[in-house]
Design a binder for this molecule. Structure first.
Ligand code: AP5
Length: 213
């Protein structure tokens, strides 16, 4: 199973990708999470990526592609993966298609989690992420059992730096300019499916599992 999750920042790609990963036993690969882990660990890649992420801009393709190709080479990707936040530009999508094709392989599906911009700002304001394991919550729509702490590992929850309203607006602009064209790209490849991301988390997941059945 090789799946790409598409959608605006905050559409719920990460939330759904984690649920797909748990149900189908494929790794959840989030380029955003990998960049954030590198920033936390003070690596050279993290230092470079941070400059772009803090402004709501995309990290350059060459950095992102080197990182993701390295990740695909790891053993746990043999039976597939669910990609969250990659690809994000046409150049990234074409590189992914080519690298799969070179191995006689292809993606199974690209799932667009469709949420209008007006819902996004509200979601980002309430998002909390675990500083330890990256678990994601929302103070109203998906609260942790114990306020301020992760259900999965007990780690502390914090607000992502790029979730400040001005940065979210910039991320939405960048999304419409650079990432939304992937909807047409994967429609052309015949693998695009769309789910209504404004529904409750479990309803969105039910729609996705129906697509994957
Ligand atoms: P990344 O981490 O990928 O951020 P993003 O795409 O902007 O997506 P988010 O993680 O913000 O949102 P999401 O759709 O996963 O939503 P979530 O499930 O958390 O990227 C961050 C940055 O890294 C980029 O800006 C860029 O700089 C860089 N980067 C990453 N990949 C890159 C690439 N390939 N190329 C270049 N640069 C790259 O949900 C959001 C909130 O809503 C949560 O609080 C959640 O609990 C809640 N929620 C989820 N579903 C629902 C629902 N159905 N109803 C109500 N609330 C919900």
């Amino acid at each position: 199973m090789k799946i790409v999750m598409l959608g605006a920042p905050g559409a719920g790609k990460g939330t759904q990708a984690k649920m797909i990963s748990a149900k189908y036993g494929v790794p959840h690969i989030s380029t955003g999470d990998i960049f954030r882990a590198n920033i936390k660990n003070g690596t050279e890649l993290g230092e470079k990526a941070k400059k772009y992420m803090d402004q709501g801009l995309l990290v350059p393709d060459e950095l992102t592609l080197a990182l993701i190709m390295d990740r695909f080479a790891q053993d746990d990707c043999k039976n597939g993966y669910v990609l969250d936040g990659f690809p994000r530009t046409i150049a990234q999508a074409e590189a992914l298609t080519k690298s799969l094709k070179d191995n006689g392989d292809a993606l199974d599906m690209a799932i667009d989690v469709d949420v209008p911009d007006e819902n996004i700002i509200e979601r980002m304001g309430g998002r909390r992420a675990c500083v330890n394991c990256g678990g994601t919550y929302h103070i109203l729509f998906n609260p942790p059992h114990r306020a301020g702490f992760c259900d999965l590992c007990g780690g502390e929850l914090s607000i992502r730096k790029d979730d400040l309203p001005e940065t979210v607006k910039k991320r939405l602009t960048v999304y419409h300019e650079q990432t939304q064209p992937l909807i047409d790209y994967y429609t052309g490849e015949g693998i695009l499916r769309t789910v209504d991301g404004t529904k409750d988390v479990n309803e969105v997941f039910a729609a996705i599992t129906e697509l994957l059945a």
